[in-house]
Every structure is written in C-alpha cells, then in structure tokens.
Design a protein around this ligand. Structure first.
Ligand code: ACO
Length: 401
C-alpha cells in the first residue's frame, strides 16, 4: 500500500487537473473562445465575419500580426508566401520511402518533420528574422507537401506550385490537375475551400496547439514542432474526427438507421461516440459548424451534387438537438460534422480530410509558436504528475527474486 501523503511530504503544492480542463497554460492575444455562448474571435474579429468576408491569406496575416493588413501589406505578405511554395527536390524523394497505401497523415508527420533537415538558415529561434522566414516557409510549403501526399497516394506525378494562383487555388491545382488535361479551378470550390481553411486556422490551446507550444518551449526546431502538432492532430478525438465523422455518416447511410446510432451513442457499455459531436470547450453550438452547415448546402447546390449523407447529417443534427441525452451533456455538432460533406463533394478522399485540417491549422500553430518564443517570460513547459506507483524499496538481486 502506498502512502501518497508520505511520498509527497516535501514536494510542495500543485494542482491535479487531468486533461487540463481548468488550467490555462499560457497568456495569448490571438484567439478568444466563449464556449457557453458559442463565440470564437480571432484577434477580436468574429469567426463568421471572417469566414463570410475575408480570405485565408488575410486571416493568416491577422493571426500572425494582430491586425488586418492594408492592401500593400497583404500584397507583400502574399508575395513572401508565394516565394516559398517550392520544396527542395530532395524532399520529394521522401515520399517514395512510404508505401503508397500509407495514411497521408503518416506521410505528413514524416515529410514536415524532414523540413528541419533542409532549412538551417531559419532555425535560430532567438533571431526574429529567422523565425519570420521559418513561419513563411511553413505556411507556404504545407499546401505543396499536402498536395504531394495526395498525388503520391493516387500514383500521379507531383504538380509544381503556380505563383499566379491564390493560396487556395494553387493548392487545388497541385492536388487535382493532371498533365494530360487542362484543370480549371471552379470559383465555387475555391471559395468553399478557402472558407474551410479560415474556419480551421486557429483555436487557442487545443491539443495540437498545446503540443506545438510544449515542443517549442524546449527551443526545438520550428519544423519539428509543427510535425509534433500534426501527429497530435491525427487522433480521432481531435482533427481525425472529420474523417471519422464522414465515415460514420456513410455507415449510417439512411435516415431510418439514425435511431440505432443515437441509441448506441447513449449506451455506456458501447464505446461508440457520434463523431463530429461534442467539444471540450463549446457547450453550445460550435460557431464554425454553423458556418459550415450553411456552406454544405450551398456548395452541393452550386456544384449540382446530391449526396444522401447531407440528409443523414441534417436529420442526425435535428434529432440530437432535441434528444434529452445530448441536451443534458451539451453535445452539439462541432467543426468536423459538416466539413467532410463539403470536402467529399469537392472530390477529396476521407483520408485527406485531416491533412486539410493540418494545412489550415499550420498558420495557427505558427502564430502561437511565435507568440510563445517572443514572450520574455517563456519557460520550458514541464507539467508535474501525481505519482501512484510503488513506494521506495530496495533492489532485489535476480537470484533472490
Ligand atoms: N457521442 C456520445 N456521447 C458523447 C460524445 C459523443 N460524440 N461526446 C461526449 N459524450 C459524452 C461522454 O460519454 C460523457 O458522458 P458521461 O459524462 O456520462 O461520462 C460526456 O459526454 C462528456 O464527455 P467527455 O469525453 O468527458 O468530454 P470531453 O470534453 O473530454 O471530450 C470530445 C470532448 C473528445 C470532443 C468528445 O466530445 C468526443 O469524443 N467527440 C467525438 C469526437 C469529435 O468529434 N472530436 C472533434 C472535436 S473538435 C476538434 O478537435 C476540431
């Protein structure tokens, strides 16, 4: 029997908060969330206004710099990003080391981490200019790397970035164009994709952002820190939920089968959860899900596509919002619930969904990493633990065990 009080007699006091449900790990000026009211602000601007009126480049500038850019500032920023979209030819060799059926998130973890081996001139984190260049490189190269992961998985040649396209248009072109035919970027698809990027750009101290901060707090290479964020994002309780949510909607398949799944979600003996529902912070409607729910109908209508899973999603939401279990536990659709419907209509396989989330979140990770490194109070992140193992005892030689 362990006497915890004895073990902790001389360690001083600290809080025990599994899952950090009520612990702030830092101060930040970037993003504000009021989970009870369903409010999300970036640098003070409501997410729905940014999604409806801004674009991803502008939001990226805002997250990084704190203010909306002037016309010339935006132009200059876009030029910097465009200049860094190419990746070293040797990086392309990394893909060939992966099996073709590898999950693209596995490829992303490896290839983004490998960037740390290529850019030694932007890894002195004490130099603000080097931090800026590393930030631009990450934001610029992540669409190229993501598109290459897709191309590799489908066995098509990589497509080089085109500097005359928008950030989002360039990504679509690198993903969907093939040498044999002309690819035209559909403005409806470009606008929907840009909106999805804006909605995923930052979300304060979620698991992957906290991972990036924790990794960065040791002074680690910025490219390696972002690879750590990507690894964390992959989990189905976090970014991996968009893939899981669409797979679930497809598995349900028809509105007649919804009650069966609602019953499973409520059954404590069944580990099944309704993917795309619930959030650690939002105990009200996730404002990003509201924008995406509307956008899903618009995009499918504009593309002239009909997908029965949109009906399943709408009905599921309707039932869940009136069901006492979901009301009591404050479970509402989150950002991952409708994003998959749009991404699927655009033509992405489900395995790419979390990659797209990582692409958009890179700017948030980079902004948070910069904020942390620039903070004079910054310390290495080092949580404590509540030890519940064996009390001190003497080593027993092997022959006597
Ligand atoms: N379906 C059914 N029940 C649920 C769900 C769900 N999706 N989510 C939570 N619950 C229930 C839990 O069983 C628990 O019930 P209990 O109090 O009787 O034990 C209660 O609601 C609270 O759930 P926790 O897991 O303790 O809440 P937490 O804040 O830790 O988890 C999380 C939040 C991980 C997002 C959770 O709601 C979940 O697993 N959702 C499904 C996955 C998902 O959509 N993740 C994406 C999150 S958004 C993002 O990362 C971008």
């Amino acid at each position: 029997v362990i006497d915890i009080r004895k073990l902790y007699a001389n360690t001083g006091a600290f809080t025990y908060d599994p899952g950090f449900t009520s612990t702030a790990s830092c101060e930040s000026k970037i993003t504000f969330i009021d989970g009870d009211q369903g409010v999300l602000l970036h640098r003070g601007y409501p997410i729905d206004q940014l999604a409806e009126q801004s674009n991803f480049m502008e939001v990226s500038y805002l997250l990084l710099n704190g203010e909306l850019p002037s016309k010339s500032e935006l132009e200059q920023f876009s030029n910097h990003i465009t200049r860094h979209t190419m990746v070293h030819e040797q990086l392309a060799q990394f893909y060939r080391g992966f099996r073709r059926d590898a999950h693209p998130m596995a490829v992303m973890c490896g290839v983004v981490g490998a960037l740390s081996a290529f850019y030694h001139d932007s890894t002195d984190i004490s130099d603000p200019h080097q931090r800026l260049v590393a930030s631009h490189r990450l934001i610029a190269k992540i669409p190229t790397i993501a598109a290459m992961a897709y191309k590799y998985s489908v066995g098509q040649p990589f497509v080089y970035p085109k500097n005359n396209l928008s950030y989002t248009g360039n990504f679509l072109n690198m993903t969907f164009s093939v040498p044999a035919e002309e690819y035209e970027i559909d403005p409806v698809v470009e606008a929907a994709m840009d909106k999805i990027f804006i909605l995923h750009a930052d979300h304060e101290q979620n698991a992957s952002t906290s991972t990036v901060r924790l990794a960065g707090s040791s002074g680690a290479n910025p490219f390696a820190c972002i690879a750590a964020g990507i690894a964390c994002l992959w989990g189905p309780a976090h970014g991996g939920a968009n893939e899981a949510a669409l797979n679930m909607l497809r598995e349900i398949g028809h509105i007649d089968r919804i009650p069966e799944y609602i019953a499973r979600a409520k059954n404590k003996d069944d580990p099944f959860r309704l993917m795309g529902f619930g959030h650690r912070v939002y105990k009200n409607y996730d404002p990003r899900a509201k924008v995406l729910g509307k956008a899903a109908t618009e995009v499918l209508n504009k593309l002239g596509k009909q997908d029965p899973i949109l009906d399943v999603a709408r009905k599921l939401e309707e039932i869940a919002l009136t069901d006492p279990y979901f009301i009591e536990k404050k479970l509402y659709p989150n950002v991952d619930f409708y994003s998959g419907v749009i991404l699927s209509a655009i033509g992405f396989p489900t395995t790419m969904f979390t990659v797209l989330f990582a692409l958009a979140r890179t700017v948030g990770w980079v902004a948070q990493w910069n904020e942390m490194i620039a903070d004079p109070e910054q310390k290495i992140g080092r949580p404590r633990q509540l030890y519940t193992g064996a009390a001190q005892r003497d080593y027993v030689p092997l022959a006597q065990r």
